[in-house]
Design a protein around this ligand. Structure first.
Ligand SMILES: [Zn+2]
Length: 344
């Protein structure tokens, strides 16, 4: 459209350029230039007013149409599927080849975590998820690691610039679990929870060490809880998992968050203690455990003179490796289909 009045033609040029850049194109109708033109109508001598007003109205109409037509153009664009692993506007023959959805399956670790969770639930435990980013308080302080204590060095993990920690163990959940269920405890019902989740360590990688793996953490707090209950619970839990009778063995160990602390071993499920390639001498160390340290209970707001508890923590990969006789932990994260397909 061409405007006879130069002032309006200039404004039209400016406003059309601006409209092209606006996110919400209809905003051009609120432009100060357009308002000024309308204001100007009133100041003009009566004989010029009609012609000027008509052109201003035409300009407004044109801008309105431009704004609307561009809106329609946007809407008519092909919809984008944000879940598609490629640009849907790419021609069919240029798209990457995809595996059919029925070719996928659960990762073996997830499957085994479901089995462990199912056993725990049948034993009356609640299953709780952990976090993949936590803080110093939950990682160390709430678990009775004094500041600058050398025991902190055993848990060399990753930290963000802001000081958050990628948890090196699932014990980061102990304080949360116990303090959130204090009322339940006071009502006479013990706290009984399993946490199976992902943890991270700054490890040199080899057949037995991964930077990212999974732990299963048992937490039980109640009245008069003792080591015998801990060992019986673990024995039942692991026998159910391996599907056979096991003998168990403990030896003293040190963890800041349990007292006493133990290393827990089971008789080799392959050779029944005779000794074999998998176990060596007939036993397999499988996790760490102990009675929850009174300071840990205290920090969760529970009186350790009234309640006691036990906790354990072990690697899920370790259990799965024993169960299926897998010799290298790195297979789990490798994404190697020939390994993963064995579990489908
Ligand atoms: Zn063996």
């Amino acid at each position: 459209m061409s405007y006879k009045i130069a002032e309006i033609a200039n404004a039209a040029e400016v406003l059309k350029k601006r409209l092209a850049k606006l996110e919400n194109r209809a905003d051009v109708l609120k432009a100060i230039e357009l308002r000024a033109l309308y204001e100007e109508i009133k100041t003009l001598p009566p004989e010029k007013r009609a012609a000027f007003g008509k052109e201003v109205n035409l300009l407004k109409q044109e801008l309105q149409e431009l704004a609307e037509s561009s809106k329609q153009k946007e809407v008519s664009k092909d919809p984008i599927d944000v879940t598609a692993p490629f640009d849907v506007n790419v021609p069919t023959d240029k798209r990457p080849q995809l595996l059919a959805s029925d070719k996928g399956s659960k990762h073996p670790i997830m499957k085994e975590i479901e089995i462990l969770s199912d056993i725990a639930q049948r034993m009356g435990m609640e299953v709780v998820e952990s976090r993949h980013l936590d803080d110093d308080w939950h990682m160390f302080t709430s678990l009775n690691f004094p500041k600058d204590h050398p025991a902190r060095d055993d848990y060399d993990t990753f930290m963000t610039m802001e000081g958050f920690i990628a948890p090196a163990h699932t014990s980061t959940m102990q304080n949360r679990i116990i303090s959130a269920r204090k009322k339940q405890l006071e009502a006479g019902e013990p706290i009984s929870v399993l946490v199976p989740d992902r943890v991270f360590r700054n490890e040199d990688l080899d057949a037995r060490h991964e930077h990212t793996f999974h732990q299963h953490e048992g937490v039980y707090v109640g009245k008069d809880v003792h080591v015998g209950q801990l060992l019986a619970t673990l024995k039942t839990f692991l026998q159910e998992y391996f599907g056979k009778e096991l003998e168990i063995k403990t030896q003293p160990f040190y963890f800041p968050f349990t007292e006493p602390s133990f290393e827990f071993a089971v008789s080799c499920p392959f050779c029944d203690k005779a000794g074999c390639k998998v176990c060596g001498e007939g036993w397999m160390e499988i996790l760490g455990c102990g009675l929850i340290h009174p300071n840990v209970l205290r920090m969760a707001g529970v009186d350790p003179t009234l309640y006691t508890g036990f906790a354990w923590g072990g690697g899920v990969e370790r259990l799965v490796m024993v169960k299926y006789n897998i010799d290298d932990v790195r297979y789990f994260m490798s994404g190697k289909l020939d390994f993963l397909r064995q579990f489908v």
